[in-house]
Design a protein around this ligand. Structure first.
Ligand code: IVH
Length: 671
């Protein structure tokens, strides 16, 4: 065979194998025998081994794995991978739907789906072929696990029909129950520890270094969302069904795994149906997801910092077990908050063994009426840490003593304080209480703050215990000789750490501010403060009143900032960090113009030339402020397509200037 003929043969074989795979793993139809399939695959593999230069990275032979990855590369998500807000009762769903109706008055449709209990994945396709697959990670960046995902037979390597040239599809990778049981049977035979539950096993499998092993685990994947710069669809439902046509495994309406409904009754009926039927599914689900269908309505509803307002998860009732409390211990966090923790007689719950449960605060202990050695009910809700939800008083031991909250810090003996209106007790020894200091350092070096790598929790413990770090500024005076003597530190790791510390001096002001760990001053608030006050000196001098006047700074945050600043120790700390060379001033922003200076602009609906986020950026770049709703303060309303009628009416009533996208772009000289 000449090279051209081999190429043709490889392409023919690949096409057939891709198709048989699709029919079997996505459509559940077997159109060739296993033997025939294996013969074709073997033929392809033989050709590929003779002509390695002709191997396509998306060949069906990649399904059996072979790539061994030492370390997964970290990749930034093009679209942040958000999570869903959870609800545990029908009342919460009713409230959510009522909230939606306040913004979207007409023509609402909801899409109800299953909440697959697995691991989230984002897969990018370029020109109809598999390009890369990335795990959720922390939501803004994840791990590149392409070779492992390619072994999942229901994930297409090449797409069918009309497809967008560049898009990402997201879904959930899971381990079918049958596979989970098969795997554990094999492990039992070999006397190996059993896997706890399908979800953790799927997550562990996806991070295996050898894709051959992954291939044998038979993971599966349902897709639930399309992401593109400019969407080819106008609604979620359309996109999911469209993805099905491209060859993806998507939920089918005829199996009621996805359903379009018009009102809350429809949502509740879907929940009831699956609360019962889920037990018959060949994979685990932990709830139902409800999404507003139309993309323009989704945009209108927008997002909170962590999740979209246009979607919600309904979680099925958590499993509940009874066990005994063996003791109560107390943990001190970085802010000095003291949390009581119940140490339990180990009990199996929802796939894992539970040994500890948070008791939250003194009030919770009081509310439960907890006595020593009580028998308690433990539940695993949406949170990873299980909760104690009640006491079985019938089993209480005679003369059992009430659990009394401690009076002094378990770490440094400082008297604990519980302020008016606060549920939590605090240790106010902020500077020398070891767990607080350790927590502060961990926060300061974290990725969203100073982003210093190479300093694990144990090394921090040692540095604090040896007195080498007494506050976060001491990080900047650490020397090679002090670090090299520590456990697990070699020349290279010490140098990397020192380089990381030096590099962190270039972190922008808002990250430094966030890193200081002022209570209630999270990432978003830090950005707002940096933007409004420009320098740390101005924040230090800012009165409570001027703080409260700042965008998104409420009374609680303002009080906390003032409290931080009024503590002289913190001022000394800031001076030391300044001396070390950290940035305490905001860099000047690039400004296109000041055309919108002192104007509050509200955008509504969708736009042709720019996404809503781009429009918001344009407003800021031209000196304007983005407003979220129409009020007396609004100077200008930019009306896009499908704008809500209530917004329009309100703007007209208040006499707000209304312009369309084209005029707006003209106004800022951006056309
Ligand atoms: S939509 C912006 N749909 O649940 C929200 N998520 O906290 C995007 N999940 O990590 C998620 N089934 O992996 C969506 N039908 C479904 C889902 C689903 C499971 C997972 C998802 C995410 C978590 C949400």
């Amino acid at each position: 065979m000449d090279l051209e003929a081999v190429k043709r043969k490889i392409s023919e074989l690949s096409e057939s194998l891709h198709h048989y795979n699709y029919m079997y793993y996505v459509k559940s139809e077997s159109i060739v025998s296993d033997f025939e399939f294996d013969m074709l695959l073997k033929e392809l593999e033989e050709l590929e081994s003779k002509f390695p230069e002709l191997i396509d990275s998306n060949s069906p032979s990649k399904r059996v794995g072979g790539t061994v990855v030492k370390h997964f590369e970290t990749v930034k998500h093009r679209f942040p991978m958000l999570s869903l807000s959870n609800s545990y009762s029908k009342e919460e769903i009713i409230e959510w739907e009522a909230r939606i109706k306040k913004t979207i008055e007409h023509d609402i449709e909801y899409v109800c789906e299953l909440k697959y209990d697995g691991v989230a994945i984002g897969i990018r396709y370029l020109n109809g072929v598999f390009h890369s697959a990335v795990t959720r990670g922390d939501g803004s960046q994840g791990e590149l696990v392409s070779s492992n995902v390619k072994t999942i037979k229901s994930v297409p390597l090449t797409l069918q029909g009309e497809v967008p040239s560049d898009f990402e599809i997201r879904g959930e990778i899971f381990l079918p129950l049958q596979e989970f049981e098969r795997l554990n049977k094999e492990r039992a035979k070999e006397n190996l520890a059993l896997y706890a539950n399908p979800r953790n096993t799927a997550s562990g499998t996806l991070k295996l270094q050898d894709s051959k092993v992954v291939s044998k685990r038979n993971l599966d994947c349902y897709l639930y969302g399309m992401y593109e710069e400019r969407s080819s669809y106008t609604s979620h439902y359309q996109a999911v069904l469209g993805a099905g046509k491209m060859g993806f495994k998507v939920p089918l309406p005829e199996q009621r795994k996805i359903e379009k409904v018009k009102d809350v009754e429809g949502i509740l009926a879907f929940i009831d149906f699956w609360d019962y039927e889920r037990k018959k599914l060949p994979f685990e689900i932990d709830g139902i997801v409800i999404k507003v269908n139309a993309y323009n309505q989704q945009e209108e509803l927008g997002y909170t910092a962590k999740s979209p307002r246009w979607a919600i998860a309904f979680k099925f009732k958590a499993e509940r077990v009874e066990t005994k409390i063996e003791s109560v211990s107390y943990q001190v966090g970085r802010t000095g908050a003291v949390t009581p923790v119940a140490n339990l007689k180990p009990v199996y719950l929802g796939g894992t063994t539970v040994k500890r449960a948070s008791l939250h605060n003194a009030e919770q202990i009081e509310k439960l009426g907890l006595h020593e050695n009580d028998s308690v009910y433990v539940e695993k809700g949406g949170e990873i840490i299980p909760k104690i939800v009640g006491v079985n008083i019938a089993k209480r031991i005679i003369n059992a003593q009430k659990v009394v909250f401690i009076g002094v810090c378990p770490a440094c003996n400082e008297r604990l304080i519980r302020e008016e209106g606060e549920a939590q007790h605090y240790c106010k020894n902020t500077t020398s209480c070891p767990p607080q200091l350790k927590g502060k350092i961990e926060h300061f070096i974290s990725r969203k703050a100073m982003d210093i790598d190479g300093l694990g929790a144990e090394t921090i413990d040692t540095l604090v215990e040896k007195g080498l770090i007494k506050d976060i500024s001491d990080l900047y005076v650490l020397e090679f000789n002090q670090l090299i003597d520590l456990d697990r530190m070699a020349d290279k790791s010490v140098n990397n750490l020192l380089d990381g510390i030096t590099a962190s001096k270039l972190q922008p002001f808002e990250k430094v501010l966030f890193g200081l760990g002022i209570r209630y001053v999270g990432e978003t608030v830090s950005k707002k403060l940096a933007k409004a006050f420009k320098t740390m000196d101005c924040i230090v001098e800012a009165s409570y009143e001027s703080l409260v006047e700042t965008d998104e700074i409420g009374e609680k945050i303002a009080r906390s900032i003032r409290e931080f600043i009024e503590d002289e120790k913190n001022i000394i700390l800031i001076e030391k960090l300044k001396h070390a060379g950290l940035r305490f001033e905001k860099e000047e922003e690039v400004r296109a113009s000041s055309i919108l200076e002192s104007q509050t602009v509200v955008i509504s609906g969708t736009f042709e030339r720019y996404s809503r986020n781009e429009m918001k950026q344009l407003i800021e770049e031209n000196g304007g402020k983005n407003g979220s709703s129409i009020s007396k303060k609004t100077s200008l309303l930019v009306a896009g397509a499908n704008m809500g009628p209530s917004k329009l009416k309100k703007a007209t009533d208040l006499g707000v200037e209304i312009i369309d996208e084209a005029d707006f772009l003209k106004k800022i000289k951006h056309d």
